[in-house]
Ligand binder design. Structure first.
Ligand SMILES: Nc1ncnc2c1ncn2[C@@H]1O[C@H](COP(=O)(O)OP(=O)(O)OP(=O)(O)O)[C@@H](O)[C@H]1O
Length: 614
């Protein structure tokens, strides 16, 4: 059975990522420990004034005056130092933790970027952009927030109640025990609040991912949205889905808050009511002469300090669950299986200017749905091979497999005799160039975009490639020439102009194999002629696989492979196929019909196509 993308699931998993938080912290252990220690020190300093006041009261209410004036002064100084020390420690802790947080933020983003360059391109075709950008942005920031803020605060919030109880026990252990009376109520509130919390956090992130994915589609499809404003039309659909996603999130958040509130209220009341347990016992002990007034007062004040850190502990516990989910999403990318490189099993690549590309009984499924079945054909070295066939026949899938967007399920694709799975990914990347129907340009100058093909190319070489791709004049006429910014996604250029720049990029890259996916699909007549000229320059001496819907553009190809339903129906030259392949004849007839219906002047006549000398 062809396995295709299913193999990805088997090889994946997040086993390596289980302790990723710990691994991320590794190397920052000293700084993180210092940040947490300083945070605890700040909490301790916050308690010193209470203890100091207690000591001072003890010393001054004993008799006619302070029994030990030096001790009183000493405690006053300690209180003052603690007030300053508390803020100093907190500031140092924050500073240290932020350094670690931003280091980790940087390291995770760098790891994600490096990983995404090693992942097969199919990984990105299979996932919505919004979902991936949510991981790169928000979820990485959740980790940064955790290390910068939450971890030191959480440690301090856990330690503060223990310190409080210790001081109370030093005053009178019975009062400390009484303060523990808050625990049953707080525990019950916490348990109530946390019911079903794990799945809800998962649902929370799921809804945010949906909003991101819909927002990206909505903005990218704005032209469509504006053109179809009719109620229930495609535009209404895109906008409507985003509105629905936002509304679903609002409903979810409100429902979650409603469920969470009673438990939280119970917990907050429970955690904050220690004085109610301490006061009656203290009064009773004081009445029996077993507890002095200053000690009673200090214990009462200390018990009042138990509530806020305990409330923080719960909030941080909830935030920690979000951190775990974010870490899981990041790990799912970092631990995703990379295309394996087999070390043996085929001939080595036979060096040469051009390489033949051979499909050998290739089968492939898209997530269980068969897309290619035992496809075999050879694209001859240095020649043009056209893939034609009805929509959904598997042409794009076959072309993508040459670049290992996904790995074949069964069979093999060979370049120059070598199974592409044995070719190191960097080498394969250098061997194959793609030009798609609608090429993307990246924010940056025209020069930056062209140099993606060859980063070390000098300006003269870049200009020569642009001349060959018929876009030099267009670029030279721009206000800053080759240094002109292209605008977001190349917005400054028409579709046809973008295609010619993409072709110049491919000329610079100088890969021996070209995959062209209908590169003239969206061009007007004038641009189409220019793109054809540019492509002729690009294809010279290279092995080209061209996906073509318009058969007239490839009638001169060296080989035409007719695909139907994931299989090769026939292969040969135009004349042979016209004689022997009814499907090809039918496709050609239908196209001729379309050309007859074309409005006069809107499109070029049947073109010369990719000429054989190309
Ligand atoms: N990323 C994908 N995920 C799931 N199914 C896919 C994916 N890409 C293609 N398919 C399915 O695989 C089959 C072959 O699609 P493919 O795009 O390769 O055909 P095609 O001949 O290039 O079609 P077209 O001419 O319309 O572009 C179709 O049934 C299609 O729905």
């Amino acid at each position: 059975m062809a396995t295709g993308r299913n193999a990805e699931k088997r090889g994946g998993g997040t086993a390596h990522g289980r302790n990723r938080l710990l691994r991320l912290a590794h190397g920052h252990g000293m700084a993180l420990s210092a940040a947490c220690g300083l945070s605890v020190a700040a909490a301790l300093c916050g308690l010193v004034p209470f203890w100091g006041v207690y000591e001072i009261l003890q010393a001054t209410t004993d008799g006619d005056g302070p029994s030990d004036p030096h001790a009183v002064l000493g405690w006053a100084a300690a209180v003052a130092a603690a007030l300053i020390g508390r803020h100093l420690c907190a500031a140092l802790s924050t500073g240290l933790a932020h350094r670690v947080g931003f280091d980790i933020l940087h390291a995770v983003r760098a790891a994600l970027i490096a990983k995404t360059q090693r992942l097969p391109l199919g990984f990105f075709l299979d996932r919505p952009v919004g979902r991936l950008s949510h991981v790169f942005q928000e979820q990485v920031e959740i980790l940064e927030l955790f290390f910068s803020h939450q971890l030191p605060d959480m440690v301090a919030a856990l330690m503060a109640p223990l310190l409080c109880l210790t001081l109370m026990a030093l005053i009178d252990w019975r009062l400390a025990v009484a303060a523990l009376g808050i625990l049953p109520l707080a525990w019950a509130g916490n348990a109530w609040m946390m019911r079903g919390h794990g799945p809800r956090i998962g649902a929370y992130f799921g809804l945010i991912r949906t909003i991101n994915a819909e927002a990206v589609q909505f903005i990218q499809g704005m032209e469509l949205v504006r053109s179809f404003t009719v109620r229930g039309g495609a535009g209404g659909g895109l906008g409507g889905r985003l509105v629905d996603a936002i509304e679903a999130f609002r409903r979810f958040a409100l429902e979650w808050q409603t469920r969470w509130l009673p438990g939280w209220s119970l917990y907050a009341v429970g955690a904050g009511t220690a004085p109610l347990f301490v006061a009656p016992l203290g009064l009773w002990l004081h009445g029996r002469g077993e507890l002095e007034a200053p000690a009673f007062l200090a214990a009462l004040l200390l018990s009042g300090l138990l509530g806020p850190p305990l409330q923080k502990v719960t909030i941080y516990g909830e935030l920690y669950q979000r951190v775990r989910k974010a870490e899981e999403a990041i790990s799912a990318i970092l631990d995703a299986p990379e295309p394996p490189v087999a070390v043996s099993g085929s001939e080595p690549v036979r060096e040469g200017r051009a390489f033949a590309v051979a499909f050998d009984a290739v089968s492939f499924d898209h997530g269980g749905k068969p897309a290619l079945r035992e496809v075999s054909f050879t694209a001859p070295a240095g020649g043009i091979t056209a893939l034609v066939g009805p929509s959904g026949a598997g042409k794009s899938t076959a072309a993508h497999l040459v670049g290992r967007f996904w790995d074949v399920g069964e069979g093999a694709i060979r370049i120059g005799g070598a199974d592409i799975r044995t070719i190191p990914p960097e080498r394969l990347k250098a061997m194959v160039s793609f030009v798609f129907q609608d090429s993307t340009l990246f924010n940056g100058s025209v020069l930056d975009n062209l140099r993606m093909g060859r980063p070390d190319a000098d300006r003269e070489t870049v200009a020569a490639a642009a001349r060959a791709a018929r876009c030099h004049d267009l670029i030279a006429a721009l206000p800053e020439g080759y240094d002109t910014p292209v605008g977001e996604g190349g917005a400054r250029f028409s579709g046809g102009e973008r295609q010619r720049i993409a072709i110049a990029r491919a000329i610079l890259k100088d890969a021996p194999i070209l995959i062209l996916d209908e590169p003239t699909a969206f061009a007007d007549a004038e641009n189409e002629a220019l793109i054809q000229e540019a492509l002729s320059g690009l294809m010279a001496g290279r092995t080209a696989i061209v996906i073509a819907h318009r058969l007239d553009s490839v009638r001169h190809a060296d080989r035409i492979v007719v695909m139907e339903d994931g299989r090769v129906a026939a292969a040969g030259r135009h004349d042979d196929l016209m004689a022997a392949c009814p499907l090809y004849r039918d496709l050609t007839d239908r196209q001729a019909e379309v050309l007859r219906w074309r409005l006069p002047g809107t499109q070029s006549d049947v073109r010369s196509g990719f000429e054989q000398e190309a």
